[in-house]
Ligand binder design. Structure first.
Ligand code: PRP
Ligand code: GUN
Ligand code: MG
Length: 173
């Protein structure tokens, strides 16, 4: 029997759980920064992880034109080939003059930077912001809030729930 490869999450090892409250605070902090860099014509969320931060940033910056770039790459916690399932609409592309100028792209995080690189190739002059950044992905983003180490796995509130935690003395890590 062949042993399966460890997942990205297993390789990362260090868990970093983020609550809804914390995520909202971090998205507000991102909005503060972006407010100084705008104005922007539209927000583009990289689905699916970028949808929640994009909603919060759009609310804070008063932006009502919201589009998506739909990309699939991680199956749970293993990254495969990147697939662009949907690009931005012609209307949004026009607002960015074809190159993305004045458009704001939002994602929840950059890890290896693969997703960011793909989106940058589609809209090279857009402003790319993520809430969290790992070192390999950091050069791809224009604005982010918190850097975590490459061996960290971020657990978002929409992927997690409350559960019992064993006491430290019973062997909890
Ligand atoms: O920098 P990278 O190594 O490319 O990884 C970052 C991407 O991975 C996650 O998305 P995922 O592909 O898991 O899809 P999802 O947003 O639908 O959960 C995350 O939301 C980023 O978009
Ligand atoms: N939830 C989650 N998805 C990812 N995709 C790439 N890196 C991560 C991460 O640290 N957490
Ligand atoms: Mg994503």
């Amino acid at each position: 029997m062949t042993q399966s490869e460890p997942s990205e999450q297993q390789r990362a090892g260090r868990p970093f759980p983020v609550s809804w409250d914390q995520f909202h605070r971090d998205c507000r902090a991102l909005s503060w920064r972006l407010n100084e860099l705008g104005p922007f014509h539209a927000v583009i969320a990289i689905t699916r992880g970028g949808l929640v931060p994009a909603a919060i940033v759009a609310r804070e910056l008063g932006l009502r034109v919201i589009d998506t770039v739909c990309i699939a790459s991680y199956e749970h916690d293993k990254q495969g080939e990147l697939q662009v399932l949907k690009g931005v609409s012609d209307q949004t592309a026009k607002l960015g003059g074809g190159t993305g100028k004045g458009l704001l792209i939002i994602d929840d995080l950059v890890d290896t930077g693969k997703t960011g690189r793909m989106v940058r190739s589609l809209l090279p002059e857009a402003h790319f912001a993520a809430v969290y950044a790992k070192p390999k992905g950091r050069p791809l983003v224009d604005t982010f809030i918190t850097e975590v180490s490459q061996d960290t796995w971020i657990f978002f509130p929409w992927d997690t729930g409350l559960s019992f935690q064993p006491p430290l003395k019973d062997g909890a890590a």
